[in-house]
Design a protein around this ligand. Structure first.
Ligand code: SF4
Length: 109
């Protein structure tokens, strides 16, 4: 699996993404049961509200080899302060629409 991760720009001040990298390395949470190596193609932010840049950034990561786009838990669950992104669903839909047949995982841990 080759993953391109997208995180919340607002969460960057609070989180360096440590748990995302840990669960990928240990194949836990969203990555449980994944066979073979998990390669990280990129770890980018949504670009800031309302998250439009996530679409082109996801496309760029696919161009560079990602077969799966992952929306980190800061977006969909609001980690670490319990404040999910109000644009998460729209962002996911727009990525799917732009890229087409791509697997999207909507949390990390
Ligand atoms: S659009 Fe959502 S994910 Fe992006 S910075 Fe704003 S709240 Fe965070």
């Amino acid at each position: 699996m080759k993953v391109g991760l997208i995180r919340c720009l607002q969460a960057e001040d609070m989180c360096p993404g440590t748990t995302d990298f840990k669960v990928i390395k240990e194949k836990k949470c969203a990555f449980e049961g994944v066979k073979g190596e998990i390669e990280i193609i990129g770890f980018v932010s949504c670009g800031g509200c309302p998250g439009k840049k996530a679409v082109t950034r996801a496309a760029e990561m696919v161009k560079r080899g990602a077969d799966t786009i992952v929306l980190c838990s800061c977006i969909t669950k609001g980690n670490p302060i319990g404040f999910p992104c109000p644009h998460a669903e729209k962002m996911k839909e727009a990525i799917q629409k732009k890229i087409g047949d791509i697997k999207i995982i909507d949390y990390t841990h």
